[in-house]
Design a protein around this ligand. Structure first.
Ligand code: THU
Length: 136
């Protein structure tokens, strides 16, 4: 078996995202998602999705992770791993892509399925021609 080509930091992000989905609160969708984001400080913040009986109040794992980081003073996003336990790869929703864009013009996005397979993408690929803070 060939070892996946990725840095140790990427492997750490992936592991933390996988660990994060174990805390997901998903009584309605039964679809746990975990995210781990790396910031310019070198710190990593994790998040899981948290659902609500009033469904629309649900927060995605990605935004949970981003908001935790920002609340701790972070402003510059380096990369994010998003992990799910299913065979189908995750894909950050449109709202989360725009929230990532607030803190990075571009960044590495690692999408991890339940088999531990990794799909590497970038924010620019996921959200082309994006609108961001420098427009204002
Ligand atoms: N969800 C995420 O946490 N991240 C995504 O990228 C897609 C959707 C959550 C929201 C909800 O708790 C569940 O997955 C099903 O939509």
């Amino acid at each position: 078996m060939m070892k996946r080509q990725g840095s140790e930091l990427e492997d750490k992000l992936i592991q933390l995202a996988q660990k994060a989905y174990s805390q997901a609160y998903v009584p309605y969708s039964h679809y746990p998602v975990g995210a781990a984001s790396l910031w310019s400080s070198g710190k990593i913040y994790t998040g899981c999705n948290v659902e609500n009986a009033s469904y629309g109040l649900t927060i995605c794992a990605e935004r949970n992770s981003i908001f935790q980081a920002v609340a701790n003073g972070e402003r510059s996003l380096n990369s994010i791993a998003i992990a799910v336990p299913t065979e189908v790869f995750p894909s950050a929703c449109g709202a989360c892509r725009q929230v990532l864009r607030e803190f990075a013009k571009d960044c590495l996005v690692l999408l991890v399925n339940g088999k531990g397979e990794v799909r590497k993408s970038t924010l620019k690929e996921l959200l082309p021609d994006s609108f961001g803070p420098e427009y204002l």
